[in-house]
Design a protein. Structure first.
Length: 181
């Protein structure tokens, strides 16, 4: 019997030990030609398995490249679809050149709401810091530093809103910042 410990309650362990013992006996009694044929058969089997695995990896790589290409190509599809109602509203406004200023202004406000909704649905959010908010160089761009009656390094006024998409800044908010005292 070999040196491996066998567990009497593990029939699989006993079977594998018996198979190993039998394999060792056959290897010792078989001639070198038979052993060489066995090794060559095993090599051919492993070579075939290797080639199949390599082909599978190549197929997966090719499919993932195709999927990424399609994802890039159609990434803006939902965003463009959300903007179509905004375009429709603008075209309707242009089609009414005789409209009163109040009516046009009301339409502009409605169109702005549509645009804001489309941006929000696509995770494009405003960066509009409140007055006296702490200046954040990751989201704000200081245009000027002015003396003010508030804590130094805080936002005095927003000159232009900024925007972010999925927590990544597209455009920082342009702000004036309070000067150190």
């Amino acid at each position: 019997m070999n040196n491996a410990q066998t567990n009497p309650q593990d029939p699989a362990g006993e079977a594998s030990n018996a198979a190993a013992d039998l394999s060792q006996e056959q290897g010792a009694s078989a001639g070198p030609e038979a052993r060489l044929a066995e090794v060559e058969a095993r090599l051919a089997e492993m070579s075939d398995a290797y080639l199949r695995a390599k082909a599978e990896v190549e197929n997966i790589r090719r499919r993932s490249e195709e999927e990424m290409s399609k994802a890039r190509k159609f990434a803006v599809e939902s965003f463009a679809e959300a903007l179509l109602p905004v375009m429709d509203s603008m075209e309707a406004a242009i089609a009414m050149p005789e409209a009163k200023v109040e009516t046009v202004l009301e339409g502009v406000h409605a169109t702005k709401r549509q645009l804001a909704s489309a941006l929000e649905r696509n995770k494009v959010l405003e960066i509009n810091p409140a007055a006296a908010a702490k200046f954040d160089p990751h989201q704000h761009q200081a245009i000027s530093v002015v003396p003010a009656e508030q804590d130094p390094g805080t936002v005095v006024a927003v000159l232009q809103k900024g925007y972010s998409i999925n927590e990544r800044v597209l455009r920082p908010a342009l702000v004036t910042v309070s000067a150190p005292r």
